[in-house]
Ligand binder design. Sequence first.
Ligand SMILES: CC(C)(COP(=O)(O)OP(=O)(O)OC[C@H]1O[C@@H](n2cnc3c(N)ncnc32)[C@H](O)[C@@H]1OP(=O)(O)O)[C@@H](O)C(=O)NCCC(=O)NCCS
Length: 247
Amino acid sequence: MERLTLPPGRIDVWLARPDDLDAAQERSCLALLSEEERGRCDRFVASGARLQYLAAHALLRLTLSRYADVLPEDWTFGANAFGRPHVETTAGLGLHFNLSHTDGLVAVAVAADPLIGVDVESMRRAKDLEGLARSVFSGHELAAFSAGPDEAERRDLFFALWTLKEAYIKARGLGFSLDLDSFAFEVSGPSPSIRFSERCPDDPARWRFWRFRPTPDHFLAIAGSVRSNAPNLIWLDKRILQIHTGS
Ligand SMILES: CC(C)(COP(=O)(O)OP(=O)(O)OC[C@H]1O[C@@H](n2cnc3c(N)ncnc32)[C@H](O)[C@@H]1OP(=O)(O)O)[C@@H](O)C(=O)NCCC(=O)NCCS
């Protein structure tokens, strides 16, 4: 398998559909995970959530192995105080990633720059968007959402803002120590822009954001450093295990 490179500015986003995995592929994915990851898999009660987790963590390992001379099963990970995982394997220390999973889709973003965050959401999860918007959006975002002319536009704006906010939070790696309403996105221009309140000291000039609709059901947002180029979206689909086996 050809080794891929990640020059500065490049962001690759690998996507897979967990529902594409057949029973044999599920077993192969499971064999790639660490004992701890397999333990987490076993603790999921809902089979859909288990499959998402399994596909996301197998995809992460397979993806990282495209960029470094490390077998998928050999990657080791650490996490910061807020749970953000990072590569610990020496041969892959320059690789930064973030992953996201939802109903029907998993995504792994990789870059040479540590400022990287990804979020995917399924609009099948959409329930009480007004209530959620009131609890997580800034005043500016809530006003834009409420001004949406019809339900479909409000839904699209909701998921655009939600995934962008999550991608930013995930890129910062600080989890819930950042208040969701302490920063605000503006999505009406050609590319999303961010503003910060004094409760979230940061500089908009160091960030770039992108949003995508990888499927009719899914919304995806990427946060990257200002040096980043537009992300490459790469589908794995049913070929997920070919990376590993070469078959
Ligand atoms: C954990 C969190 C970072 C992301 O959660 P999420 O959007 O539900 O889940 P995603 O699938 O997008 O991401 C989960 C992955 O992010 C990574 N992650 C965990 N903590 C992280 C952190 N502090 N920073 C960045 N990434 C983190 C992990 O790889 C995790 O996967 P795993 O649990 O399978 O190991 C956190 O922001 C969260 O729970 N957010 C949801 C809360 C909410 O109300 N959002 C509304 C936004 S408007």
